[in-house]
Design a protein around this ligand. Structure first.
Ligand code: RIB
Length: 318
């Protein structure tokens, strides 16, 4: 079970406020609890990969500050190998400002990337000995795109499966997807990447086809309560969501992507891999905060077992 996964990506401290509503432009709201929680898409995916049974290596950067200390300590306590996490003098540790809507668990996130912006192509040189230990490598768009592109090329040259969690894609050219074996956006990320509106399964399928049209073999679209969509050159399939009580949607997509990488690395068949990823994403929604909500392998398997009827309900849509 499990294997080696490399994650190259962001490490943030999340400043989270639980609010009755998400304020609109110009609006102030005085209500809600505040918490600081370890986050960052890269770090979240590394924690998820580790909890799902992989030997996990994270490459990223934090500042020489207290937040950086907290985040590295937490990663280590979650079993993530942090020797590739560098401390950078010239920028502070990344921070994300998050508002969670109490009733629905929906969120808005603004990231001050800080040290994450300093992850460089040169940093990738330290990956060479790690490629031999990994079946897959995960990237997201919270570090400079040239690092993502070059890192994916090097991984492919070393026979490692390249996976892109396409968040947040603001201003990113879709051609950056070409270096990846698997691209996994959520609905808004898919819309931003393709320039097409995405609201339902039909529009998601149409937009995912734009990404496969770029030469990406597999696109896995995260659709929240609508489940997920698998689109390959051979066809397209819809996988319904597991039924859970939503508390906080933060990092659900990170759990999904890490679980998909885990499943593919273990050679699970694609339908089971998608259900495994769906279950991990669903569980992440049930717990407040990013890294605290990343599920263990046992929790994922238990949810899959407890909602077994879901197993039969995925279907081919194209
Ligand atoms: O995917 C959720 C993450 O996005 C948060 O933890 C936040 O840090 C941002 O990177």
């Amino acid at each position: 079970m499990g294997g080696g996964i490399i994650v190259v990506g962001s490490i943030n401290l999340d400043m989270v406020v639980l609010s009755p509503v998400i304020p609109g432009p110009g609006e102030s709201i005085c209500a809600g609890d505040f918490q600081m929680v370890p986050g960052g898409k890269g770090a979240n995916q590394a924690v998820a990969a580790s909890r799902l049974g992989n030997h996990t290596f994270l490459l990223g950067r934090v500042g020489v500050d207290h937040f950086g200390d907290i985040l590295i300590q937490n990663l280590e306590s979650c079993g993530v190998e942090t020797s590739l996490v560098r401390r950078t003098e010239s920028a502070k540790t990344g921070v994300a400002l998050i508002v969670i809507e109490g009733e629905t668990g929906d969120n808005t996130i603004v990231v001050a990337p800080g040290a994450n912006s300093e992850v460089s192509v040169e940093d990738l040189d330290s990956l060479d000995p790690y490629f031999r230990q990994a079946h897959s490598i995960l990237f997201q768009f919270e570090i400079p795109v040239e690092v993502i592109s070059e890192g994916a090329k090097r991984a492919r040259d070393n026979g490692v499966v390249t996976i892109l969690d396409a968040g947040p894609p603001r201003g990113v050219d879709i051609t950056y997807c070409r270096d990846f074996d698997v691209v996994s956006p959520n609905r808004s990320e898919l819309a931003a990447l393709t320039g097409q509106p995405v609201s339902d399964i039909e529009t998601a399928l149409r937009s995912a086809r734009v990404i496969t049209g770029e030469g990406v073999p597999t696109v896995a679209v995260k659709m929240g309560e609508t489940g997920s969509l698998l689109v390959t050159r051979e066809g397209a399939w819809h996988f319904p969501a597991y039924a859970v009580k939503a508390v906080d949607g933060t990092a659900a997509g990170d759990a999904f992507t890490a679980a998909l990488a885990t499943a593919l690395g273990e050679g699970m068949e694609l339908p089971r891999a998608m259900r495994f990823a769906n279950a991990a994403g669903a569980l992440a929604v049930t717990v407040f905060g990013a890294q605290p909500s990343m599920p263990t392998r046992a929790q994922v398997e238990e949810l899959m077992e407890s909602q077994k009827s879901e197993e039969e309900s995925w279907k081919r849509i194209d």
